[in-house]
Design a protein around this ligand. Structure first.
Ligand code: HEC
Length: 180
């Protein structure tokens, strides 16, 4: 028992360090081990606040880890690949995110962290495309969003991201920078 306690304390101390820099790129922190601060026991407002904080610190970590490549564009996706991306979205993602990307499915509402509205232009531009690719591959730690790199290769993940871009609602004129 004592030993487990020490390990838990060490884990808590070193996790922030482990989850930055290259360890992040190598996937040491992906997959969601449920240790993040977002908890079903909190009320909806606390959960939303904790999730916003979680996303911000994940973005900071990814900016640090990806460095200059954070804003690099992804490979071109032709129509054929885009159609495959759409099928993969329907098959693997829509149960939680909804076909439209807005979430709100029965499964989504039962999750400890509810998927946000991925069709909202402000949310869609919060992470860069490279950052989203990382999240798709490795998962979003502390949430039910697991990594997909074992099921889908990078080309397919890029195809799914291309499909996700088609779901985003047009940005109202003059508000392009909101949420950046
Ligand atoms: C088990 C339910 C579930 C499945 C299946 C799932 N996701 Fe997620 N996803 C989530 C949750 C929960 C989050 C984190 C909550 C949030 O949106 O802030 C998330 C977050 C994301 C994010 C980050 C969004 C952001 O702005 O924070 C992206 C991108 C994403 N998912 C894409 C996908 C794709 C693509 C697939 C299919 C390959 C997929 N998800 C499958 C539940 C799921």
């Amino acid at each position: 028992v004592e030993e487990a306690g020490v390990r838990a304390i060490l884990g808590a101390m070193f996790r922030p360090w482990i989850c930055s820099g290259w360890a992040l790129v190598l996937g040491a922190c992906g997959g969601g081990d449920g240790s993040a601060a977002v908890s079903r026991a909190d009320g909806p407002a606390e959960r939303a606040g904790a999730n916003a904080e979680r996303r911000s610190s994940l973005r900071d970590d990814l900016r640090r880890a990806l460095g200059g490549s954070y804003d690099e564009p992804l490979a071109f996706v032709d129509e054929h690949l885009l159609a495959r991306g759409e099928r993969a979205w329907e098959l693997h993602c829509s149960a939680c995110h909804g076909l439209s990307g807005r979430g709100g499915t029965t499964l989504a509402r039962a999750l400890p962290v509810e998927p946000g509205d991925l069709a909202d232009p402000r949310r869609a531009s919060f992470f860069s495309e490279r950052a989203k690719l990382w999240i798709l591959a490795e998962g979003s730690a502390g949430t039910p969003m697991t990594g997909w790199k074992e099921a889908l290769d990078e080309r397919m993940l890029i195809a799914v991201l291309a499909h996700m871009r088609t779901l985003v609602r047009p940005t109202p004129a003059g508000t392009e920078e909101v949420g950046r």
